[in-house]
Ligand binder design. Structure first.
Ligand code: ZN
Length: 506
C-alpha cells in the first residue's frame, strides 16, 4: 500500500513532540488508508515487518528532524523545493490532510520523497544520499506528522486591517519579542553572526559567544567576559517605538505578558511593568555575586565593564573588611571545597601574608543576571505560560524574532489554536504558520497598526505623517496573508498623511 507505507512506518508520534493541544491530528497521518499499492512502485507490505533494508536508527532520524531548516531559506535545486513550492505544499497539507496529501504527491509520483522532505524543513540526511527514494519515507512521514501537529492558519484573519482590528478588540495580548525590536537603536544581536561583537570574538580567538557566555568558563576566569562585554552593555535611556507600542498596550489594559528574549532590559526603561514582563534569557537589570548571592542594580557594574575590569561583590568586600577578633575568618574563594580548603586549614586562619594565593580571601565576582549557557532558564517562563497566560491569552503578537531559539519558539504551538497570531519582522519564516505576517521595520509596522486602530503612538523616532505602503509579498497566492509594510518615498505631492483610512471598528 502506498500511502500507508509512507506513513505507517513511524508508529510513534513525530520525533519532536510540540505538545500541541491537538496532537491527535498527527495520528491521522498514521491512519491513512491503503490504496492502490503497486501503482506507485512501492512495496505492498505494510506494518512493522517491513523492509529491514531501509530501517534506520531512530536516533539518526530524530537528528535529521531536529536539525530543522527554515523552508524560507531554501535554495531551489533538483532535490530541494523553492520557498514558494514549500509554502504551497504546506498549505495543501493543511487543506486536504495527510492521506490525500500523500496520495497527491508520493503515490502519484509528482515529487520525490527526498525533495518533499525539504518543504517540511528537513534537509535530506547524508546517510540516505545514495539510497532509493523509498528510504526517505520514514523521515518524510515524521516530518509531515510534525507539520500536522503544529498550528495551521486561521483563515478569518489576513490583512493589516484585520491585525489592527484584532489589537483593538483583544483584551489579553501576549507579545513575544526578540533582538529585532532593539536594532533601531544600534544594539547588536549578539546571537547573529554579522555583528561587531562576533567579529571581535573571532579576533580574540573565540568562535562562539557560547564560550564567553558559559557559566563554567565565567567561574573559572571572569576576565574574559569582562574584557568583552563592553560591546553589549545596554543603553539606559532610550527605547524604540516598538517598546513604546508594548507600553501603549499596557496603558490600554490589553497587555497580558511581554515575553522577551532580549537581555537589554529596554522594556523596563519604556515603563513596561515587571509584573507583565518575562525576560526569558534574564537581563542586565540586576547582577548577582557568584559567591554570596548579593544582588545589585546591573548598571552598577557598567563602569567596571567599560574599564574591562572584573567587578567584585561589594558585600563580600564589606564582610572581608570587618575584623573578627577571635573568630576564624570564613574561607572565601570561588571554590566551595576541595584542595583549596584543605590547604587553607593547614595555615593560620587570619594572616594576610602573601605566601600563597590560597590564603588570601577573595570577594566574589558579580555576574549580570543574563542567563548564561549552562544556567537554567528563569522558572517564571514555564510557570507563567502554563499556569496563567495559556488560559487567558486572546491574541499573540510576535515581533522582531526569527523564533528559532527554544523555549520561546515553542510558544505558538502551546497556545490554543483558535487564538490568532500576528508576526511582525523584517523577513518571513516558514517553520511556523502565523495568521497574518507583516514584514518590514517593526517600528514602522507598529506605528501603522496604531494609526489604523486610531491610536496615538508617540515616539521621537517616528516621523509625523509618514505615508505607508502595504503590498502582498506572494501575489501568486490565492489568500494573501503576508504583507510588506514600508515607508513610501516622500514625493511631496501627497495631499493627506497616512495610507488607507483608519479602520472602522463599528
Ligand atoms: Zn558576595
Amino acid at each position: 500500500m502506498a500511502t500507508g507505507e509512507v506513513l505507517s512506518q513511524p508508529t510513534q508520534p513525530p520525533a519532536i513532540d510540540r505538545s500541541a493541544p491537538d496532537n491527535a491530528l498527527s495520528s491521522e497521518v498514521h491512519a491513512t488508508d491503503a490504496s492502490d499499492d503497486q501503482s506507485a512502485g512501492m512495496p505492498a507490505d505494510s506494518d512493522e515487518s517491513d523492509d529491514e533494508l531501509f530501517e534506520v536508527d531512530r536516533s539518526l532520524v530524530d537528528e535529521a528532524l531536529m536539525d530543522e531548516v527554515d523552508p524560507e531559506d531554501l535554495v531551489p535545486g533538483p532535490d530541494t523545493c523553492s520557498p514558494q513550492e514549500a509554502r504551497a505544499y504546506r498549505a495543501r497539507l493543511n487543506e486536504v490532510g495527510g492521506s490525500v496529501f500523500v496520495y497527491e504527491t508520493i503515490t502519484t509520483c509528482t515529487i520525490t520523497a527526498k525533495k518533499l522532505c525539504t518543504a517540511f524543513g528537513v534537509k535530506p540526511p547524508f546517510w540516505l544520499e545514495d539510497q532509493p527514494d523509498k528510504a526517505y519515507y520514514q523521515v518524510l512521514g515524521l516530518a509531515i506528522g510534525r507539520a500536522l501537529a503544529r498550528r495551521s492558519r486561521l483563515p478569518a484573519y489576513r490583512t493589516i486591517e484585520d491585525a489592527a482590528r484584532l489589537i483593538k478588540n483583544s483584551k489579553n495580548i501576549m507579545v513575544i519579542t526578540g533582538a529585532g525590536i532593539s536594532t533601531s537603536l544600534g544594539i547588536p544581536d549578539f546571537r547573529s553572526k554579522n555583528t561587531g561583537f562576533y567579529s571581535r570574538l573571532r579576533e580574540m580567538g573565540y568562535d562562539d559567544p557560547e564560550q564567553v557566555f558559559d557559566i563554567a568558563n565565567f567561574d573559572e576566569d571572569p576576565t574574559i567576559f569582562y574584557s568583552l562585554a563592553g560591546d553589549i552593555i545596554p543603553d539606559l535611556h532610550n527605547w524604540t517605538p516598538t517598546h513604546q507600542f508594548i507600553r501603549l498596550l499596557q496603558d490600554k489594559g490589553k497587555l497580558l505578558t511581554n515575553y522577551t528574549q532580549n537581555i537589554d532590559n529596554l522594556e523596563s526603561h519604556a515603563g513596561i511593568s515587571r509584573a507583565k514582563l518575562v525576560q526569558c534569557h534574564g537581563s542586565w537589570a540586576t547582577a548577582t555575586c557568584r559567591k554570596c548571592g548579593y544582588k545589585i542594580p546591573g548598571e552598577d557594574i557598567f563602569d567596571k565593564i567599560k574599564q574591562q575590569q572584573v567587578a567584585e561583590c561589594p558585600e563580600c568586600v564589606r564582610q572581608l573588611a570587618v575584623p573578627r577578633p577571635g573568630m576564624k575568618r570564613k574561607r572565601s574563594s570561588n571554590e566551595t571545597a576541595g584542595a583549596k580548603g584543605k590547604k587553607r586549614r593547614q595555615s593560620d586562619s587570619d594572616d594576610d601574608d602573601d605566601d600563597g594565593q590560597y590564603d588570601i580571601p577573595q570577594p566574589g565576582v558579580m555576574k549580570p543576571d543574563i542567563t548564561f549557557f549552562g544556567e537554567p532558564l528563569p522558572n517564571i517562563f514555564f510557570d507563567r505560560l502554563r499556569d496563567h497566560d495559556k488560559h487567558r491569552v486572546d491574541l499573540v503578537i510576535i515581533i522582531g524574532t526569527s523564533m528559532k531559539v527554544a523555549p520561546v519558539s515553542e510558544i505558538p504551538h502551546i497556545i490554543k489554536r483558535r487564538v490568532p497570531q500576528i508576526y511582525i519582522s523584517r523577513d518571513p519564516i516558514g517553520h511556523i504558520e502565523f495568521d497574518i505576517n507583516l514584514l518590514g521595520d517593526c517600528d514602522v509596522v507598529v506605528a501603522e497598526l496604531c494609526r489604523l486602530a486610531g491610536w496615538d503612538l508617540k515616539h521621537k523616532m517616528l516621523p509625523e505623517g509618514q505615508k505607508i505602503n502595504v503590498e502582498a509579498v506572494y501575489p501568486e497566492e490565492a489568500a494573501q496573508h503576508t504583507w510588506r509594510v514600508s515607508c513610501a518615498p516622500t514625493t511631496g505631492n501627497s495631499s493627506a498623511p497616512g495610507g488607507t483610512a483608519v479602520v472602522d471598528f463599528a
